[in-house]
Design a protein around this ligand. Structure first.
Ligand code: HEM
Length: 154
């Protein structure tokens, strides 16, 4: 493996760690802590502000995953030359990205509108839907790690 491929893999793994680790932090630490300590008029604007920042960082991580991932496939000689685990990673990764797009461009704008209107029940409902999507994406992210790292030796 040459220096360029190693650098691409390093950036790829950092991006995947930021995305999957970030979802775990939001789900297991930030959201329950906010639910425990803040009433809806504080909790929902707080969660919207935290999500807005996180979604921005994940957008950057996805761009890097795509550039480095397809870059490594190109350097390996194309799709026909890579292991089945990479094909599975791409398929699952694209599903994760579609779900991210749904959260960012459909769910989050709705949440922001309800928060701006101080409609806490409606904002809470949208946040619940976003939470379910994040749980599914977190599970998919863990599955991608398993497929990518264990699948390559099968
Ligand atoms: C959809 C776009 C993606 C493409 C094109 C892609 C492509 C690749 C390629 C070509 C490798 C190198 C494989 C090897 O050298 O054996 C790789 C490694 C890896 N990718 Fe992805 N990937 C994508 C998305 C993801 C996502 C979303 C995650 C995790 C959430 C991820 C996690 C990993 C991991 C953990 C490795 C290291 C595997 C190892 O070296 O053992 N990838 N990826």
């Amino acid at each position: 493996m040459n220096l360029l491929i190693s650098s691409f893999l390093c950036l790829h793994l950092l991006s995947a760690a930021l995305w999957v680790g970030g979802m775990a932090t939001m789900h297991f630490a930030v959201r329950p802590a906010a639910a425990e300590t803040l009433e809806p008029p504080l909790r929902l604007p707080f969660m919207a502000a935290a999500l807005e920042r996180f979604l921005g960082w994940v957008g950057g991580a996805i761009a890097l995953l795509l550039v480095t991932g397809f870059g490594m496939i190109g350097m390996a000689g194309g799709f026909a030359r890579v292991h089945w685990s990479v094909h599975a990673m791409v398929a699952l990764g694209l599903v994760m990205m579609a779900m991210y797009g749904h959260i960012r461009f459909a769910g989050f704008p709705k949440l922001a509108r309800f928060v701006a209107a101080r409609d806490w029940p409606a904002a809470g409902k949208v946040l619940g839907t976003i939470r379910s999507l994040v749980v599914v994406n977190l599970a998919l992210g863990v599955l991608v790690f398993i497929v990518a790292v264990i699948g390559r030796v099968l």
